[in-house]
Structures are given as structure tokens and as C-alpha cells.
Write a protein that binds this ligand. Structure first.
Ligand code: BJ8
Length: 422
């Protein structure tokens, strides 16, 4: 860490608290990830990226900034990375998955706010996140009430721009969304001083599509029985997809997929054939929120799919590449992003259809619905999903939790009982 201390200091991090955070993160990673048996060769890259999460990648961002590139931070998969890349900027996800700076955050936002929001505010106030500190602009969105009101406070600390995401999907909502996408394009052009041309946008669409295709390929390979990779590892891959260089990341994930194909040919699973298969569904899980996946996979089950923004909700749909003019490309982007079945929409009937089709496709034995405490949209949907899945005889367990470790034993008991039952 010594080699990066000067860089972190320049970013105004609290060095002592940051060191302590990295130490806990390292230990946590060791217990949850490195201790796994039959570790895949291709995961070495991901282990390296995670080990360097606040080091090498931040150094790369710093060098990019020195070369005139802008860094754009996001909290939601509605922000079109295609446009960001076409403006020669770099997009990084800023959602945080640990309980740092909670007390400070609770002085600015209500205590009954979800842990994800408390965490990104807490990380800022406690000066712990080098990604936030590297950003030239941070994009918020009007999704859940918790986020959109928290951005009002957050904008006192960081340069923010808010995109309005509609809450329905009618023609008038599409118009509103198209307008927002165009406004974001203008904003990017203004801060980067780069014009987004059809050529640049075409290339950017391809880059992001290729990233999503690699993740789709990975998800398809998990259909195999026995499955070749742990759910924890795929969660980590999805998390890293939000801040790694997209070209390098895509190449590495495709290499990992080659390795998985070999394993599948030899019937070499990560677990035995009769291990119960779980679909995880619900709120996003940001780094280092690995608590529930670890509990599930150390209770004798295996996660084979994530119906989540840090999962298939972000990778399922591609942007149509046949568009030629700038306006056609913008339309293709608008349509692709409006397919996102976030619980903030009403109604949001596509989501349950996706859960049911994933359940079939991945041959799962049960669904675990994960809800962050105080997240209203997903809590409402969990009741609806429970009822529909029960009617279809698909076992489901709904979990509500936050980032604290206090409920680990209690969760373990519930998850074990569920796994025994399915
Ligand atoms: S598209 S899920 S990333 S809004 S967990 S902060 S909803 S109270 S994150 Fe999301 Fe975009 Fe939707 Fe995806 Fe609010 Fe719930 Fe907290 Fe959440």
C-alpha cells in the first residue's frame, strides 16, 4: 500500500481509516473467496483486480485524467455507458457495499434509508472511496425516493448531474427518456469537449455489447449440471464489470469462459451434481457485500443466477447494432435501457416473467429473494413474487437484511432450513 499512499493522500482520503478498511476487506476476501476449493485459473485476474481495487485501477484513472479524459461516476444501470465511452470518458460504478461512515451518513439522511445509499454517503463523508474522489461528474437518477432525495444532500459534496428516469413505460415516458438521454449526451459533450459522432457511438455500442455478451456467455455456461463456477465468483465478476476497463475485462471473461467450457466437457463441476441450485433475485449487491451469497454457498447450495442489476438485469439486453445515423443509435439506446425491469417502475410485470423464465432455464431448485432493509420498491415486489412463485410451485425464501454482520447466524439458520426443504 505504501506505493499508493501519496496518490490516496492527494485524493484527500483518510489514510488511517482507509488502511483499516483495506485490511478488513482483504481478510473478508480471503475467507469468502480465496478459501474456495477448485479455484478457477481465470479467477486469478479477478483476484488481482480486487486486490488492486483502490490501487492500480485508481492509478489508471489518475493517468487517464492527466491525459484529459473525464471520469463519470454512476449509481444505476440506467446511465448509458455507450454515450460515456463515445465522449472518450470512463464510467465507474460507485455503489458501496459496506457499513463505513454510517453514523456520519445518518446525520444527513434518515436512519430508515437502505444500506446501499447510507454506504455511498458514508464512504464520501468518511473520505474512504478513491473512485468517488476521482470523479469529474457523478450521475444520479430519479429512481427510488431514497436515492433521489439522498442526491440532494450528496450534491453538496460532489459535482452531480441528475437524469430523470420515468416510472412507467408508455409512449410519453419513452419521449421523456429520449430527451434525458439526449440531455446526458449534451452534458458529456460539454464537460469532455468531445463531440459524440456516429462513428464514435457505433464503436462504443459495440464495446458495451461485447462486454454484455461475454457476461451472457458466462451465465449460459452456468446452466450445466454440475455448474462450473460458484455464484460468489460470478457476483464478483459482475461487480468488477462496473469499474474495470471494458475491453480488458471482456477479453478476460471470454478467457474464463473458455476454461469453463473445458470443465463442462469433462463434467468437472465446482460442486457435486445433486447440489441444490439457487436463483438469487432482488436488490443490487455492491462490493464487498458478499454476506448472503457466502451464507447460501456455505450451507450446501450453489447460486446459478442473479436476477439483479449486479447480474442479468444489466446484461440481458443488447443495443441494436444495425443503427447507422446518430438519431437511430440514440433510439436504439433509449429502447434498450427502457427494457430494464427495475422495481421502481409501475407496473413492472416483466420482472416476474424474467424470474420464471430464468428459473426454468437454469433448472433451479429455489429462489432466494434478497431485499435491503428499507428498500420499498423491492419489498413490495417480493410479496408479489412470493405469491406468484408459490402458485407455480417454485420454492422461494425472502430475506431482508442490511450490511451488518449481526444477523449472520439467524440468516444461516433460515437459509439452511430452506435448502433442506427444497
Ligand atoms: S435500475 S435497482 S441500480 S435504481 S436498494 S437504492 S432501489 S432503496 S438500487 Fe437500483 Fe437502478 Fe433500479 Fe437497478 Fe433504492 Fe432499493 Fe436502496 Fe436501490
Amino acid at each position: 500500500n505504501d506505493q499508493y499512499a501519496a496518490m490516496w493522500e492527494k485524493l484527500n482520503l483518510d489514510l488511517e481509516a482507509h488502511d483499516a478498511l483495506l485490511e478488513v476487506l482483504g481478510k473478508f476476501y480471503n475467507d469468502i473467496y480465496l478459501s474456495q476449493e477448485k479455484r478457477l485459473r481465470g479467477m486469478e485476474y479477478l483476484d488481482f483486480v480486487l486486490a488492486e481495487i483502490h490501487g492500480l485501477r485508481i492509478k489508471e484513472l489518475k493517468e487517464a485524467k492527466e491525459n484529459g479524459q473525464k471520469i463519470i461516476g454512476t449509481f444505476c444501470i440506467f446511465v448509458p455507458e455507450e454515450l460515456t465511452l463515445a465522449a472518450n470518458a470512463i464510467q465507474v460504478g460507485l455503489c458501496a457495499g459496506a457499513e463505513a461512515g454510517k453514523e456520519k451518513a445518518e446525520k444527513l439522511i434518515p436512519r430508515n434509508t437502505c444500506a446501499l445509499i447510507k454506504s455511498f454517503i458514508g464512504f464520501k463523508l468518511a473520505r474512504l472511496c478513491p473512485f468517488t474522489e476521482s470523479c469529474d461528474l457523478i450521475i444520479g437518477e430519479t429512481t427510488c425516493d431514497g436515492k433521489k432525495k439522498a442526491y440532494e444532500v450528496f450534491s453538496q459534496y460532489v459535482p452531480m448531474y441528475i437524469m430523470e428516469v420515468p416510472q412507467q413505460k408508455y409512449l410519453s415516458d419513452r419521449e421523456l427518456w429520449k430527451n434525458e438521454v439526449l440531455k446526458y449526451k449534451n452534458k458529456l459533450e460539454h464537460i469532455t469537449k468531445n463531440k459524440i459522432t456516429p462513428d464514435k457511438l457505433k464503436k462504443a455500442i459495440k464495446i458495451v455489447n461485447e462486454k454484455r455478451k461475454a457476461l451472457q456467455r458466462l451465465n449460459k455456461l452456468r446452466k450445466a449440471i454440475p455448474t462450473p463456477i460458484s455464484g460468489r465468483d460470478v457476483l464478483l465478476i459482475n461487480q468488477i464489470s462496473f469499474y474495470d476497463d471494458p475491453l480488458r475485462f471482456t477479453k478476460k471473461i471470454n478467457e474464463l469462459c473458455n476454461e469453463l467450457e473445458e470443465k463442462i466437457k469433462k463434467q468437472e463441476g465446482i460442486v457435486s451434481q445433486d447440489t441444490p441450485r439457487i436463483l438469487l433475485s432482488g436488490c443490487p449487491m455492491a462490493v464487498p457485500n458478499w454476506k448472503l451469497p457466502y451464507i447460501i454457498e456455505s450451507s450446501g447450495a450453489i447460486i446459478v443466477g442473479e436476477e439483479s442489476c449486479i447480474g442479468t438485469r444489466n446484461t440481458r439486453d443488447l443495443v441494436d447494432e444495425s443503427a447507422e445515423t446518430l438519431d437511430e443509435m440514440i433510439d436504439a439506446i433509449v429502447d434498450r435501457y427502457l427494457k430494464i425491469d427495475c422495481a421502481c417502475f409501475t407496473p413492472n410485470l416483466e420482472r416476474i416473467e424474467h424470474i420464471i423464465s430464468l428459473a426454468k432455464e437454469l433448472k433451479i431448485d429455489g429462489v432466494i429473494h434478497y431485499n435491503l432493509l428499507f428498500c420499498q420498491p423491492y419489498a413490495h415486489e417480493s410479496i408479489k413474487i412470493e405469491n406468484i412463485l408459490r402458485e407455480k410451485n417454485i420454492p422461494i425464501l425472502s430475506i431482508e437484511t442490511d450490511y451488518s454482520m449481526e444477523d449472520v447466524e439467524q440468516l444461516k439458520t433460515r437459509v439452511e432450513a430452506f435448502i433442506e426443504m427444497i
